[in-house]
Design a protein around this ligand. Structure first.
Ligand SMILES: Cc1ncc(COP(=O)(O)O)c(C=O)c1O
Length: 378
């Protein structure tokens, strides 16, 4: 998170003083509406919808695409558990695609995993690292399959001068406490597509649907959930958005310096990055897990595999155990879903890469001299 302070306190106090806590009360000039317009403008999409979490944003994106029972949805094997849970909850079948050394979806494995039942590709920009979107979009376009960008861990990030979340058909942000900007818990859906936006809006608020939007929904109501964000979250994001680009610029400057120093020292190898010019994240990579283990024993380092918990697909209990709250809504108990795999052999390359890679935490506001010293003495 790129800081929090008086601006956030003032925005939240303002909406509380006015007694405006919901989108319904705030209307088109409320903090939610204003934040959505600011997000859409910054990211370069026509529509943004704030919701109560990144998981909700993923659900809205998939409902927006019309994903449901029996559909196959391809997801990277390295992501937070919510990414595969979203299709599973819609009775679609998440299928794993390997990552490559960039720690994001391997385009070659993506192409191998596409079948006649694939209805969506969810790419994940992990830890501020953009996927190889040019290759992924070319493959998706060739097969006529829409791309969802899970940019929950990369809000504001860039791939070759385009903002993450604006390149695929729909993008998803999380504003939870670990993200670039935060309102505690929250998220957003981003798209240029009018129909997808309407479907996402209905799904997120179909119970007591409030038409407090700049543009009213044009499609008939269907049953949905309640993923509504509050004006308090809207106010926080309104203030946080002002910190996003300056924070990312500071982070990029520090990552650039760290990479330069590591390269100059020549002891360690930075993991490849799909757009080095915009890099806002740094990981070092070894050729084998054994090589990492030898260094780790000496330095006390830990690889991603051993530290990332439910970001590793073998640590996703509902998927590994193929368990839903009732068997008749469990997509893995159907003919279409019975072959989906989450065992160690399902994406072995991903596990291998995560066992030989480690993030270097680069604080966005650390003094440059401090970063330089740390990298020299790694
Ligand atoms: C890649 C990724 N996708 C989705 C999510 C879900 O976001 P939330 O925790 O806001 O539901 C997260 C959250 O950590 C995430 O890292």
């Amino acid at each position: 998170m790129f800081g929090i302070g008086e601006e956030e306190i003032n925005a939240v106090a303002d909406t509380i003083r006015r007694g405006v806590l919901t989108r319904f009360q705030g209307g088109t000039e409320g903090y939610l509406a204003r934040s959505e317009r600011a997000i859409a403008e910054k990211i370069g999409v026509r529509h943004a919808l704030m919701v109560n979490s990144g998981t909700s944003a993923l659900m809205c994106a998939l409902v927006g695409l019309g994903i449901g029972k029996g559909d196959e949805v391809l997801v990277s094997a390295y992501t937070w558990i919510s990414t595969p849970l979203a299709p599973m909850l819609l009775q679609a079948i998440p299928k794993l695609v390997e990552i490559d050394e960039t720690l994001t979806m391997d385009p070659e494995d993506l192409e191998r995993k596409i079948t006649s039942r694939t209805r969506a590709i969810v790419v994940i920009h992990m830890a501020n690292r953009p996927c190889d979107m040019d290759r992924i979009m070319a493959i998706a376009t060739k097969h006529g399959i829409p791309v969802v960008e899970d940019a929950c861990q990369a809000v504001g990030g860039v791939y070759r001068n385009r903002r993450l979340g604006s390149i695929g058909k729909v993008g998803c942000f999380s504003f939870n406490n670990y993200k670039n900007i935060s309102c505690g818990e929250g998220g957003a859906v981003l798209t240029d597509d009018d129909l997808l936006f309407d479907r996402a809006r209905l799904w997120h608020d179909a119970g007591t649907f409030v038409q407090a939007y700049d543009a009213p929904v044009k499609i008939p109501f269907f049953a949905g959930q309640d993923y509504r964000a509050s004006e308090i979250e809207g106010a926080l994001i309104w203030a946080q958005l002002k910190r996003l680009d300056p924070g990312l610029a500071m982070l990029r400057e520090r990552v650039k310096l760290a990479v330069e120093v590591i390269r100059a020292e020549g002891k360690y190898k930075p993991a490849p990055h799909c757009d080095p010019a915009s890099a806002a994240s740094l990981a070092i990579q070894f050729d084998t897990p054994e090589e990492f283990a030898a260094i780790a024993a000496e330095k006390g380092w830990k690889n991603i595999h051993d530290t990332a918990g439910r970001h590793i697909y073998t640590n996703w209990p509902p998927l590994v155990d193929k368990r839903a709250y009732r068997d008749d809504v469990n997509p893995f108990l159907t003919d279409a879903g019975k072959d989906a795999r989450f065992d160690a052999e399902a994406a072995p390359r991903t596990l291998d890469i995560l066992k030989r890679t480690m993030y270097l935490d680069i604080p966005w506001d650390a003094p440059l001299a401090e970063i330089e010293k740390q990298m020299r003495t790694l």
